[in-house]
Design a protein around this ligand. Structure first.
Ligand SMILES: O=C(CO)[C@@H](O)[C@H](O)COP(=O)(O)O
Ligand SMILES: [Co+2]
Length: 230
């Protein structure tokens, strides 16, 4: 089965991807509806296992709970796995409704296998690098990547400041993978969104800058304008 072509196409444009990590979980569906109504088409889901990163967040049950409303709106679920040995969980997340799955280069000795498993499940495949990991860690798997994710904070928490060195790193990643979608995640706000886009990022994940704001729809619109997003 090929990767999810609709998702891969959506991820090619410059877009803001709201991360539900900072949403109000007591009314998660309504918060997702709010940003979709504001124009969001990529909803970012941060999965943490208490091992790869200290916190534990959510799993396939949350993906499954959101899938129908997100897909009905023509949007996709972009699932960021911050878990060890992610290849063991790919099938569950695909079944739950993930459209794009990102695994970390640092989380498995079997990155090639993990990415192939994602595509085999009919999902768009992405790999992430932590701030301390060189972009070259993705050099050997370029042909299996629908998207590459440059972490601009150390993974595990929302609300951290953007690591400035990520801008040059984004440019290096863009040079390494000229025709692959590039995502940036961490500390994206109205100040950092523009420079991220200028340095090669297409999909800009934003959690606290959207769901931490009084009006998430207005915050989404401000970020989209700052990034020149669709
Ligand atoms: O993957 C992660 C954190 O590990 C992110 O997706 C965060 O959710 C981004 O949050 P902000 O930095 O935008 O608040
Ligand atoms: Co994330």
């Amino acid at each position: 089965m090929p990767a999810n072509e609709t998702a891969t196409e959506l991820l090619r444009a410059t877009r803001i991807a709201p991360s539900i990590l900072s949403a109000d979980f007591a009314r998660l569906g309504a918060q997702v509806d709010e940003v979709i109504a504001a124009g969001a088409r990529v909803i970012h889901v941060d999965v943490m296992d208490g091992h790869f990163v200290p916190p534990i967040t959510m799993g396939p049950i949350v993906v499954s709970a959101l899938a129908d409303r997100v897909h009905a709106a023509g949007a996709i679920l972009d699932v960021h796995l911050m878990i060890e040995r992610p290849e063991r969980q790919v099938a569950e997340f695909a079944k739950a409704g993930a459209d794009s799955i990102t695994v970390h280069a640092e989380a498995t000795p079997h990155l090639n296998y993990a990415l192939a498993a994602i595509r085999d499940a009919g999902v768009s495949a992405a790999a992430a690098v932590n701030p301390g990991t060189p972009v070259g860690a993705l050099a050997e798997v370029g042909a299996l990547l629908d998207m590459a994710l440059c972490m601009s904070v150390n993974p595990g928490w929302g609300g951290q400041p953007f690591i400035a060195a990520s801008l040059d790193k984004l440019a290096r990643l863009r040079g390494l993978l000229p025709s692959t979608a590039i995502e940036v995640d961490g500390g994206v706000d109205a100040k950092t969104a523009g420079p991220c886009a200028e340095h090669g990022a297409g999909v800009l994940v934003a959690g606290s800058a959207i769901f931490g704001a009084k009006d998430p729809a207005a915050a989404y619109a401000a970020l989209a304008q700052a990034a020149g997003a669709v």
